[in-house]
Ligand binder design. Structure first.
Ligand code: NDP
Ligand code: ZN
Length: 350
């Protein structure tokens, strides 16, 4: 057993605070990792505060993990001590169902084991995430960080990156398509970069007029201020795809109206009921599709890391001292981060 330290929430209303706990001794197919950096995802806030109603406490968030391998189990073949590696949102799955066999572990029919707040498939203990100095993970769920990437800026690719890359690729975004990205936070700013790299004409829909300039720097060709009815109306019928990263309930109808016929509105931010209600006419009358997408499989997570190295794509990050994690949550909720906090785990030792 390893003694580990990290930051955890003890209840839905408690701030994150330091906690000492145990990480398992590596099993034959496990890799032990010394964590160097961990990104801060809005899902961490949803979970720490039990906004999805599935939290278990103590809850240690963090699923954008980059670190160095310190020990490997006897059967490990993919990684060796000293390798720079990443761990994203999942640490296990059943490995034999139809989804797992198709490299879509996120849709495992028995349910994937998430990196935090999920019972481990072997010993039943709740998984603890990456706001920590170490983690032990089965090698299948550990990816390689390409040498070209900056380690801290690579961390958010493990969730924000794969979650936006995977649906854009799955739904076939390519040159000539018009793609709208809804919300420019951690996911949204990566969505803009990927859609652009795939050749699309990209528009950011944002509440924050002040983000217009920066959106263009991220690669957006146009910006629509979503709170301006005139701008929304002018965008009607124009888009092939919308990638919706908004983390709260919002009216989908005005956005659906910006899609052309056969357009696809892809939800990644919302897992609550749609409220206000959807006008089915907004789908039916134009054969539009409302879709959703969950992170991406392990092979595709490696693919997006390699894609980022090849296309010189990285996340815009603000380095964070872990003792300021609660303030970081407040700033994220206010939309005040450019565009991902990444915890420097050296600050945990201090
Ligand atoms: P961030 O907080 O970094 O960004 C969200 C952005 O959405 C904000 O920057 C803001 O953009 C916009 N936004 C925020 N609040 C509102 C609001 N009240 N109304 C309208 N727009 C708003 O979040 P992340 O990018 O980390 O995550 C986004 C969502 O995606 C979260 O719900 C997260 O849980 C989910 N998620 C889903 C995954 C999946 O697999 N499907 C994986 C990872 C995360 P602007 O100021 O430009 O309007
Ligand atoms: Zn995430």
């Amino acid at each position: 057993m390893y003694t580990a330290i990290g930051y955890a929430a003890q209840s839905a209303t408690a701030p994150l605070a330091p906690m000492t706990f145990n990480r398992r001794t590596p099993r034959p197919d496990d890799v032990a990792i010394d964590i160097l950096y961990c990104g801060v995802c809005h899902s961490d806030i949803h979970q720490a505060r039990n906004e999805w109603g599935i939290a278990v406490y103590p809850l240690m968030p963090g699923h954008e993990i980059v670190g160095k391998v310190t020990e490997v189990g006897a059967n490990v073949t993919r990684h060796t001590v000293g390798d720079l590696v990443g761990v994203g949102c999942m640490v296990d799955s059943c490995r034999h169902c139809e989804a797992c066999a198709a490299d879509l572990e996120q849709y495992c029919l028995e349910g994937p084991t998430m990196t935090y707040a999920t019972p481990d498939r072997v010993d039943g203990t709740n998984t603890m995430g990456g706001y920590s100095n170490s983690i032990v993970v089965s090698e299948h769920f550990v990816v390689r960080i390409p040498e070209k990437l900056n380690l801290a800026a690579a961390a958010p690719i493990l969730c924000a990156g794969i979650t936006t890359y995977s649906p854009l690729k799955h739904f076939g975004v390519k040159a000539g398509h018009k793609v709208g990205v809804l919300g420019m936070g951690g996911l949204g700013h990566m969505g803009i970069k990927f859609a652009k790299a795939m050749g699309a004409e990209v528009t950011l829909f944002t509440r924050s007029a002040s983000k217009a300039e920066e959106a263009r720097r991220q690669g957006a060709d146009h910006v629509v201020v979503s709170t301006d009815a005139a701008q929304m109306k002018a965008a009607a019928g124009r888009f092939d795809f919308l990638l919706d990263t908004i983390p709260v309930q919002h009216d989908l109808n005005p956005y659906l109206e910006t899609l052309r016929f056969d357009g696809v509105h892809i939800l990644v931010g919302l897992i609550e009921p749609v409220d206000p209600a959807l006008h089915a006419a907004n789908l039916v009358m134009k054969r539009r599709v409302l879709a959703g997408s969950l992170i991406g499989g392990i092979a595709e997570t490696q693919e997006v890391l390699d894609f980022c190295a090849e296309h010189d794509i990285s996340c815009d990050i603000e380095m964070l001292d872990i003792k300021n994690i609660n303030e970081a949550y407040t700033r994220m909720i206010a939309g005040d981060v450019k565009y991902r906090f990444v915890i420097d785990m050296a600050t945990l030792k201090a």
